[in-house]
Design a protein. Structure first.
Length: 508
């Protein structure tokens, strides 16, 4: 009884380990459950045009920070003759081009690929930006002070104050104070920032890019990020100075969060930055592998191996499923096979040759091999010599079938070379001995059973979903092992044995 408890505990442990590892891999790395799933990737180009003065040039372009909804896949630049560096500045990352001297029109390109990833969230803000104090004329100061005072009455915090100010700035019939403020040459974005800073509300200007497939020559949309602190927690919201509506973050990329300049240029003038973008749907696994390429945990997976080795493991990792099919068919159904796991090897050959070609080739090779083996049985050879002779004959038969198929234009026949020679030789030897000891009926029974199980294993092992799951979720190997161990403890009747009780059922 104690041994049974230990056994079932082992099975349960293997099952739970396999399921836990599989679920953890899906949640941690976003590996899709099914093949064919896609992920959206935005490919964005930033084009920088300027006139160089013939002096050394330093061009620093602010690039996107990590933010909610997007994960960086790659970034690169096209800049012939320029040195290029990617800088991780304190406030915002930058792409910086440098050259000792340049003259005339210059064009630089920066490209970034972003994966749409809902699991990415904004980092928490540790400190608020400093207040900006600008000097204006007395009339403007009086009007802004009155405008802020009126907004304070109908607001409760920094965010509601911002909304009240936006309502006043965008009102169809603005008040006298608002009309005076709007005569200022500043944009509404700068006006909003000035008003909020005068009200001691920290703000920062954000350059945002609205993502729309196929758009060209786009420019950043200025937004205002408003900060407030409650109970020691700093929060922020985005506002568009041209509207009173809340900013929708869907398809919105916050490109410039530095609060400074998008482009800092030394040694040039008349600079201009424009953006082009295109949306792509990539296979989910391909996009995720690019995203997690440098994560140390992922580097211990099969995906970190060379492509050639990965292809090899794609076939090897399907063998446990074939083994499970053999165990089910032998233990529960009661089908006899020639060799315990011979059907799995045959199924692997079918995967290489295709099912119909494999069946025809296997039957022909075994039939001819049995005929030759029947002759060798009369020579009273030793087992090693007999098996060696059969191996050589199998190789010759495969070569003959391949040449004959090619001459007849049947290219599918060339695939018989994928059959394992040693396994075929042992199959022929086992069936020949079985023919001599049990007769042709038992040969047909075990041979037919082997092919039946091999065909079933082929359909499971060649299934795209099964291949995807077994290759990407290694924990499923433990689940299969648990089922195999559980089936190994089965001691009841097999389905094929139930026919013995048919007379009893007929009597009733």
């Amino acid at each position: 009884m104690k041994a049974r408890i230990i056994f079932f505990a082992l099975v349960a442990g293997l099952f739970l380990i396999g399921i836990s590892q599989t679920v953890q891999r899906h949640l941690a790395f976003d590996i899709p459950w099914l093949p064919g799933e896609t992920r959206t990737v935005w490919n964005i180009d930033a084009k920088i045009d300027f006139d160089a003065k013939g002096a050394p040039v330093i061009a620093s372009l602010t690039t996107p920070k990590a933010q909610a909804g997007y994960a960086l896949l790659s970034q690169n630049a096209a800049s012939p003759g320029y040195g290029l560096s990617f800088l991780n500045e304190e406030f915002a990352p930058q792409a910086q081009w440098t050259i000792r001297g340049a003259t005339g029109k210059q064009t630089l390109y920066y490209n970034i690929q972003l994966l749409v990833d809902s699991k990415n969230i904004d980092k928490t803000t540790d400190e608020m930006p400093p207040l900006l104090n600008k000097a204006y004329d007395a009339a403007y100061n009086a009007a802004s002070t009155e405008m802020i005072r009126e907004a304070f009455k109908t607001s409760a915090d920094a965010f509601s104050l911002t909304r009240e100010l936006l309502k006043a700035l965008n009102a169809p019939q603005p008040s006298q104070n608002v009309r005076l403020i709007l005569t200022n040459k500043l944009s509404k974005t700068d006006l909003l920032i000035a008003l909020l800073n005068e009200a001691n509300v920290p703000t920062k200007e954000i350059g945002a890019l609205y993502l729309e497939d196929g758009r060209r020559r786009q420019h950043l949309q200025p937004l205002v990020e408003v900060f407030q602190e409650k109970n020691g927690v700093i929060t922020s919201k985005l506002f568009n100075a041209e509207s009173t509506e809340a900013v929708n973050r869907k398809n919105l990329l916050l490109w410039d969060q530095s609060g400074k300049a998008l482009l800092e240029l030394v040694g040039g003038e008349n600079s201009k930055v424009s953006f082009s973008m295109i949306k792509q749907d990539l296979p989910a696994l391909s996009a995720i592998l690019q995203k997690t390429d440098k994560e140390h945990l992922f580097n211990f997976s099969i995906h970190s191996l060379p492509i050639e080795d990965q292809s090899l493991f794609k076939g090897i990792l399907m063998i446990p499923l074939g083994v499970l099919i053999v165990v089910i068919m032998r233990v529960l159904v009661g089908i006899k096979t020639s060799g315990t796991f011979m059907p799995v090897l045959i199924a692997m050959a079918f995967i290489q040759t295709s099912l119909l070609t494999g069946l025809v080739g296997f039957i022909l090779l075994v039939a001819v091999g049995l005929f030759i083996r029947s002759y060798l049985s009369h020579l009273n050879l030793l087992l090693v010599a007999r098996i060696s002779t059969v191996i050589i004959m199998v190789i010759l038969l495969i070569a003959m079938f391949g040449v004959l198929s090619y001459k007849l234009g049947l290219t599918e026949g060339l695939k018989v070379t994928f059959f394992p020679m040693i396994i075929l030789s042992w199959t022929i030897e086992r069936m020949s001995v079985l023919w001599e000891e049990e007769g042709p009926k038992e040969v047909m029974l075990q041979g037919g059973g082997s092919l039946t199980v091999a065909v079933l294993a082929y359909f499971v092992m060649s299934n795209d979903t099964a291949r995807h799951l077994m290759f990407n979720f290694i924990g499923l190997q433990f689940v299969v092992m648990a089922f195999v161990l559980l089936l190994g403890s089965y001691t009841g009747y097999r389905l094929s044995e139930l026919r013995r009780f048919k007379p009893l059922a007929d009597r009733e």
